[in-house]
Design a protein around this ligand. Structure first.
Ligand code: IPE
Ligand code: IPE
Ligand code: MG
Length: 260
């Protein structure tokens, strides 16, 4: 835990507090392949176009004061795609790491990767570690890239970590509660996502942050990821700002908390 971090300082604010702008935005960037296919181009062309939308989204978050952005770039299931597509995605990923990190650092972005990075090539793993080290002191925006990530594998890893503590005699199994599990899943030091966006028209979570999305507001759009622009992101934020987050309580209780 990094208690110096401005993003983290009031993560224990009352759960019912409602921010107009989401502090943490999580996005499934879906629809690259279809975007390319509609243009009769190979799927990789869509992935390339999708990279532009990532830059635009980071800019948007910096402008609007979103404190953390978590992007689903590559799922643990995506390894099963045709070799050619996986290879093209890896090339794009490495290229982006080589090109974009300095500029993100200059803009105060802290970059982190979540997922099973051992599955990537040495060159990519090395670049990931470099990007994290270079930007570790930044606090303007937390950019978390979920790559080779699966929500179930995330929870399983937390269970393994807890089991190790029990086996070492440091933890009583009776003390394993939501807080204990939550402390061991990815992004445990950040507030959970306030708003989830999925582009590309499908209404599912596809093994993204399963634990962390427990009370996240969900927003779906037909727009394909490479077509995303600031206007669309603003629509999602406007929709979010109009929602009442009740966290299991009643509307009346929320009103009391809000006026306290
Ligand atoms: C999302 O776009 C990017 C990755 C999964 C890597 P897709 O490649 O899933 O695009 P569609 O859903 O096939 O259109
Ligand atoms: C989810 O998209 C993963 C990413 C965007 C990286 P998929 O395209 O893999 O999801 P499904 O297959 O439609 O569920
Ligand atoms: Mg898809």
């Amino acid at each position: 835990m990094d208690s110096q971090d401005p993003v983290l300082s009031d993560q224990h604010a009352p759960v019912t507090s409602h921010q107009q702008v989401p502090r943490h935005l999580a996005i499934i960037m879906d629809g690259n392949g279809r975007w390319a296919q509609r243009r009769r181009r190979p799927r990789v062309v869509g992935h390339r176009a999708g990279a532009r939308a990532v830059n635009l989204t980071v800019d948007f978050c910096l402008q609007h004061g979103v404190e953390a952005l978590t992007l689903f770039a590559f799922s643990s299931e995506n390894w099963g795609r045709p070799e050619e597509e996986v290879g093209a995605l890896m090339k794009l990923f490495l290229g982006a790491l080589e090109r974009e990190v300095d500029e993100l650092h200059r803009r105060g972005v802290r970059i982190r990767f979540i997922g099973e990075r051992v599955r990537f090539s040495d060159a990519i793993v090395k670049r990931m570690a470099l990007a994290e080290a270079q930007t570790a002191g930044n606090g303007r925006l937390h950019l978390n890239v979920a790559a080779s990530y699966g929500g179930q594998q995330d929870i399983a890893a937390a269970a393994r970590a807890l089991a190790r503590e029990v086996a070492a005699g440091r933890l009583d199994p009776e003390h394993i509660d939501e807080k204990a599990v939550g402390a061991h899943v990815a992004l445990a030091d950040l507030p959970p996502p306030d708003l989830f966006i999925r582009t590309g028209g499908d209404h599912r979570v596809s093994n993204f942050l399963l634990w962390q999305l427990a009370y996240t507001e969900l927003w779906f759009t037909e727009t394909l990821w490479p077509d995303v622009d600031a206007g669309l992101l603003q629509q999602a934020l406007d929709d979010y700002a109009g929602r009442e987050r009740r966290f299991g309580l009643t509307s009346a209780q929320i009103a009391v908390e809000a006026s306290a």
